[in-house]
Ligand binder design. Structure first.
Ligand SMILES: [Zn+2]
Length: 168
């Protein structure tokens, strides 16, 4: 487990995380809004995603409020970021507002993403096990995983980098 420190994060990483939290707010999921940004090493190419029903499926409140039905159908932010990406994001960095589940970790590794920024796992939630398995899969694949403890931690790192953190 590698906590992100001032040394391990750049002002551009802060900007990408800020963007991930903005994108998360676009999700129509009434319970959990997740954002993901993929950035090329020079930050000139970006892709983004949030959790949501497939584009072709209407954002039906009946589906979105039925947890079992929603979880069957919703596409996770990380998968949307990968699918929206105009090229295979080999060597790119992913910035997430939630740790990836195992299925997302499979796609992240398969697409040869190099580094992933995530908040700490949701201990005690039903997602904990799949997040742990996902992170293990990323580690096994040699992908660098950097944790931040939450928005306060990011705000602190942003201040150290002289970057504003508007969503804290
Ligand atoms: Zn997932």
């Amino acid at each position: 487990m590698k906590w992100v420190t001032e040394k391990l994060i750049t002002k551009w990483d802060i900007r990408m995380l800020d963007m991930a939290f903005r994108v998360a707010r676009w999700s129509k999921d009434p319970k959990k809004k997740v954002g993901s940004i993929l950035a090329s090493p020079d930050f000139r190419m970006l892709s983004w995603g949030y959790n949501g029903l497939p584009k072709e499926v209407k954002d039906d409140p009946i589906i979105l409020n039925d947890v079992a039905e929603k979880n069957k159908r919703i596409i996770h932010a990380e998968i949307n970021a990968i699918n929206n990406c105009p090229r295979i994001p080999r060597g790119w960095t992913m910035y997430n507002t939630k740790p990836p589940c195992f299925d997302c970790a499979l796609s992240i590794a398969r697409n040869q993403v190099s580094k992933v920024f995530i908040p700490d796992i949701d201990v005690g939630s039903k997602w904990e096990n799949t997040q742990r398995a996902g992170i293990k899969h990323l580690n096994d694949g040699g992908i660098e995983v950097l944790y931040f403890e939450g928005l306060l931690h990011l705000a602190h790192l942003a201040a150290l980098k002289g970057e504003p953190w508007p969503w804290s």
